[in-house]
Each structure stands twice: as C-alpha cells, then as structure tokens.
Design a protein around this ligand. Structure first.
Ligand SMILES: [Zn+2]
Ligand SMILES: [Zn+2]
Length: 294
C-alpha cells in the first residue's frame, strides 16, 4: 500500500511531544500570576495559549494511542497526557478503537458514552451540557459508565481510576499550591486561573470533535459511516483561527477514518480527500450545534 508520509518525517515530530509535557505545567504555574497582574484580561492568554496547549495535549494523546511517531515512548506519554487532561488513561484506551469501528453511530462509546439519548428535552439538556462542558462531560461520563458497560467491564480496572484520581490531584493541586506560595496570589486566584484554563481547553477539544461527528448518526457499513465524518473548510479568518486552536485536527479528519494508518493531522494537503468527503463552513458548524439543542 502506498505511504504518503515517510518514517523520517514522523521521527521529526518527536520534539513536540516533549515540549508539550513541559509547556503545560509551566503555563499552569504562571497563569495565576498573570491573572493577578492583569485581572480578567488574562482570559485572552488563557484562550490563545492555555486552551491551545490543552488541545495540543488532546491531539498528542490520541496520536500516542495510534503510536504514529515511533521514536517517543508512546505508552508512558499517553498516560501522562491523560492525567494532564484530567482523565483516567484506561477510558480512552478502551473506547478509541470503537470510535473507529463504530464511528457516526450510537455505538461509538467515545462519542456517546451512555448510548442513544433521543427523547426531546433530555436530548437537548444532554447536548447542551456536552457542548458547554466539552470533554469534561464526555470523559466524566466514560469514567462513570465504563466499569458497568457490558463491552468494557471485564477490562476496566478500579485501580487505574484510583491511581488517576491521585495523579490528577497531585498534578493540579501541586502546581496550584506552588503558584500560591511562589507568586503570593490568593487561593481563589489560582483556582480560577487554572480551572478556567482547564475548562476552556476541554471546551475547545470537544468543539473540534463536534465539527467532525457532532449530532451525526449514519445508517450503513463502516465505509459509509467513515466518509460522512466532517472536515472544516480553511478559508475565512475565523475558520483559520478555529483550526489554529485545534491544531488542524478537523481540517482533514475524514482521512483519519478512511486511511487510519497515516498520521494525516500534521501533514495537511499531502493526501487527497476521498471522493464524497464532507467539507463544512463555520456557519454550517453553527447549524450543527443548533440542531443538537433546538
Ligand atoms: Zn484515532
Ligand atoms: Zn473521528
């Protein structure tokens, strides 16, 4: 089978994996001091660097799952990224394969942790929470349900959840405490600055995913479901800004489903989009969201 991206090019991606691991804690440590100095203006930095870093971790965690880059410790980094995103590594490990095989159906547990939610007001409330809370909502639900889910409960481990709770608490609690002591900021300032950065990141990660699959249920075989995965056009300044925030993840996302062997996200325009690929505008995306809550 023809390969579009060389091994050498993949290896050259490795530095990013290490930069992100350092940049996120440094950012979290500094943002309470920025919040103290500039007040709510600091939110601008939270969006353009905090959320941007968080979404980057989200992308790299995904790419570690697929082991696209051979010269990084994918297993170890996958775990660390998961904790940085505030989640238990076993969640995504268990469900992401089904995001591929069951994409754009209610059986995609990664996207629909509790399966079908169809009833009027319940569907609207559920979708509104999903849109506003982003992966805090979907990761939270996965944590709550996978231990009881017939497809995953045999493989699910309480130990992994407990270790993750400890790791996330030590990571965020430790950085917050250090910021309070070093910068002399109030506890509430550290909590708000770090908490807001976390929520903005979780929000953006999921906007990216909603562009790709939000509110999309397709009847058909895997080929028919794959091809309907949406891609965001890159034309207006707003579309470019959106793609910048999500590291280009939804630009050619259909390729991740139709040609999963290739690490397509960071190599845009290298592979032709398959025939019938769905490219939407930001306005179309607004209509997708409206369709989920109306
Ligand atoms: Zn994937
Ligand atoms: Zn997808």
């Amino acid at each position: 089978m023809e390969r579009y991206i060389s091994d050498e090019e993949l290896r050259r991606q490795a530095w990013k994996y290490w930069v992100v691991v350092l940049a996120w804690p440094v950012y979290l440590f500094c943002i309470p001091a920025v919040f103290d100095a500039f007040g709510w203006w600091a939110v601008l930095l939270m969006v353009w660097s905090g959320a941007w870093l968080y979404t980057w971790i989200g992308c790299l965690m995904h790419e570690c799952w697929h082991k696209y880059v051979p010269n990084v410790p994918n297993e170890g980094l996958y775990k660390v990224y998961s904790w940085m995103l505030g989640t238990d590594p076993q969640n995504y490990r268990l469900v992401h394969g089904f995001h591929h095989s069951k994409v754009n159906s209610w059986e995609d547990t990664e996207f629909h942790p509790v399966g079908e939610v169809r009833e009027g007001w319940r569907r609207r409330m559920y979708n509104a929470a999903e849109i506003l809370l982003g992966v805090i909502w979907t990761f939270g639900l996965l944590t709550a349900v996978l231990g009881f889910h017939e497809r995953y409960r045999e493989k699910w481990r309480l130990r992994s959840l407990l270790v993750s709770l400890a790791a996330v608490t030590v990571f965020y609690g430790g950085i917050g405490t250090a910021a309070v002591f070093v910068w002399g900021v109030a506890v509430w300032q550290a909590v708000v600055a770090i908490g807001l950065s976390f929520w903005l990141g979780a929000f953006w990660v999921h906007q990216d995913q909603l562009v790709q699959h939000g509110g999309l249920i397709v009847e058909g075989d895997v080929k028919e479901r794959n091809i309907r995965s949406r891609n965001l056009r890159r034309e207006t300044v707003w579309e470019k800004a959106f793609l910048f925030m999500v590291h280009g993840d939804c630009r050619e996302h259909v390729l991740h489903h139709t040609n999963v062997r290739e690490h397509s996200r960071v190599f845009a325009d290298r592979m032709p989009l398959p025939e019938g690929a769905v490219v939407i505008t930001l306005g179309d995306y607004g209509r997708v969201l409206w369709g989920m809550v109306r």
